[in-house]
Design a protein around this ligand. Structure first.
Ligand SMILES: [Zn+2]
Ligand SMILES: [Zn+2]
Length: 122
């Protein structure tokens, strides 16, 4: 089941929700796959850095750099849902420092910019 969920996730070039993946798997397997069990597996992937969660879209992407720990930055298109993945450790570090300066322990910064991708901004 984990393998099937990962294969399905990796097939998407845009963030996929647990519902999208459960729907596709249900069709592939000819029996209903519950979104909840897909969700649990996706959370496990995120915990193991195999997948990234795009919070503002409540969706997931296969992690293209599972070997390194980044606070990933996503540019998420409101129109087509494409999420462009960029890394900028200076910005991430700055955000962590701001949090710490407020006595806050940053565990998981979420850095997402909503807007229009190049194709949709036309
Ligand atoms: Zn990243
Ligand atoms: Zn777009």
């Amino acid at each position: 089941m984990r393998e099937a969920v990962f294969a399905e996730l990796a097939r998407h070039d845009r963030p996929a929700s647990a519902y999208d993946i459960a729907d596709n798997l249900s069709r592939l397997r000819g029996r209903r796959v519950a979104p909840n069990s897909v969700y649990r597996i996706l959370d496990l992937f995120v915990a193991n850095n195999l997948a990234l969660r795009v919070e503002s879209a409540n969706a997931f992407l296969a992690n293209s750099h599972p070997g390194c720990e980044h606070d990933c930055i996503f540019l998420v298109c409101d129109e087509c849902g494409e999420a462009t993945h960029v890394d900028d450790d200076e910005i991430a570090e700055m955000i962590r420092k701001i949090a710490q300066s407020h006595g806050f322990k940053p565990e998981r910064p979420v850095i997402e910019v909503r807007g229009l991708c190049q194709g949709c901004a036309g």
